[in-house]
Design a protein around this ligand. Structure first.
Ligand code: T4K
Length: 400
């Protein structure tokens, strides 16, 4: 797009830059024929679920990759969070960040555990350990950290707090599959870590998740709980639910694992291109990843500050008009969603950083469904939006 030409911005009446929409979260899909072969084998075996050979192989490959003793494949990460928190004996109050996908808190509230929202460190977007201790009460039983955008929490500080106060520590690692912290793969921190393999995650099993842990007894409990508490035929020894991954999902996961390096390198080069293209644009930063560690680069996240000249929401409107369906993850913060907004109406008062960060984040499409050229075009729209900020503001003010 020639950035000098106002009329070409779709929000000002021009033609959208793209005829078809780009979405955040378009799935990465590995080799089609390898998946179809696995799918045919599943049909041939007539073994569709309940810890079949694909799930067993998937769990083994996860263990090998993460360097953990146990990985239990699950139907999705939300159920995996529910099961893991229950298996750890979490109850009453659990400290979590509000700046996360709502499932982190829902998994607790679903069990009538109160999520106590902790503010984030604006530099990392992760739970701020310095703010955790002030939230601990006699009812607190644990901490759930979230490795947001795949950037690891300050796990050492959280572990020290958990140890000091006798709290359980687990992680929502939904974003952090394939990432490492101080050379150790995410999956081995706290008592357990939960991954998501939802369609929108860079490695997907259509729907799915997994719990990783090095604790043998905890793994045994989780295995029972995700299969109705069954220990062999007719023998139910524990309360349980149905959290099992099916064979087709595991086949998709195995196929994705074969292409994981391709997925990561697409994400990484999009992130690098975006950083390069937006380097001179005031008021916009592309969040940083630590390239000394293993990283999946799966979220292409912008922070839009006042200096940009347009608000994040105005920039969102510009991008949407051009058919770039960017997202405001995770606006407006879990504490402002129901039921938390009603149950804890004052919580925004102690979440000032969360409140600010929620106003400035934009997630751009990335992954294998997007090309370098597309990324450069997204960035040129952003630059054009800044150049014409005043006209856009005036136009959007009259359009609303
Ligand atoms: N903890 C954290 C920190 C999480 O981020 C998540 C999930 C969880 C826990 C729970 O994990 P799961 O129980 O889901 O395994 C999406 C995903 O549904 C959700 O899994 C994910 N986080 C979250 C970050 O993103 P929405 O509300 O944005 O979904 P939706 O329907 O708007 O779709 C997102 C985008 O993906 C759209 O742009 C369309 C695109 N899309 C989606 C699907 C399903 C596709 O292009 N193809 C597809 O097949 O939550």
């Amino acid at each position: 797009m020639p950035s000098g030409s106002l009329s070409q911005l779709a929000c000002l009446g021009g033609t959208p830059r793209f005829a078809e929409s780009f979405f955040v979260g378009r799935p990465n899909i590995g080799d089609h024929s390898a998946f179809l072969k696995r799918a045919a084998d599943i049909l041939e075996r007539r073994w569709l679920s309940n810890h079949g050979v694909c799930v067993q192989e998937f769990e083994k490959r996860l263990c090998d990759m993460l360097g953990v003793r146990h990985c239990i494949a699950m139907c999705n990460a939300t159920v995996a969070l529910e099961i893991t928190s229950r298996a750890l004996g979490l109850r009453s109050e659990v400290i979590v960040p509000s700046f996360t996908f709502v499932a982190t808190a829902h998994a607790l509230q679903w069990q009538e555990i109160t999520p106590v929202f902790c503010d984030i460190d604006p530099a990392t977007h992760n739970i701020d350990p310095a703010k955790v201790e002030a939230l601990i009460t006699p009812r607190t039983t644990g901490i759930v950290g979230v490795h947001l955008w795949g950037r690891p929490c300050n796990v050492e500080a959280l572990q020290a707090i958990a140890d000091k106060h006798g709290l359980r520590l687990m992680f929502d690692a939904a974003h952090a599959f394939g990432c490492s912290h101080r050379g150790k793969m995410i999956g081995g921190f706290g008592e357990a870590e939960v991954f998501s393999f939802h369609a929108t995650k860079f490695l997907n099993t259509f729907e799915g998740g997994a719990v990783a842990t090095n604790d043998d007894a905890l793994a045994e409990r989780i295995k029972l709980m995700h299969n109705f508490g069954f220990s062999g035929f007719d023998n139910v020894v524990h309360i349980g639910t149905n959290g099992k991954m099916n064979e087709m999902s595991a086949a998709m996961g195995l196929t994705g694992l074969d292409s994981i390096d391709t997925f990561i390198s697409a994400n990484r080069s999009h992130w690098e291109t975006c950083q390069h293209e937006l380097a001179g644009v005031s008021g916009i930063s592309v969040i940083n990843y630590n390239t000394d560690e293993r990283c999946n680069f799966q979220y292409l996240i912008l922070e839009v500050d006042d200096d940009f000249g347009l608000s994040r929401d105005h920039l969102l409107a510009v991008l949407h008009a051009e058919n770039v369906i960017a997202r405001r993850y995770f606006y407006p913060g879990t504490h402002r969603m129901q039921p938390y907004r009603s149950l804890q109406p004052q919580s925004h008062l102690w979440l000032p950083e969360t409140e600010k960060v929620c106003q400035r984040i934009l997630s751009l499409p990335t992954g294998t469904a997007v090309t370098e050229e597309d990324i450069r075009a997204f960035c040129s729209i952003i630059r054009a939006a800044q150049q014409h900020a005043e006209e856009i503001k005036a136009h959007l003010a009259t359009a609303i």
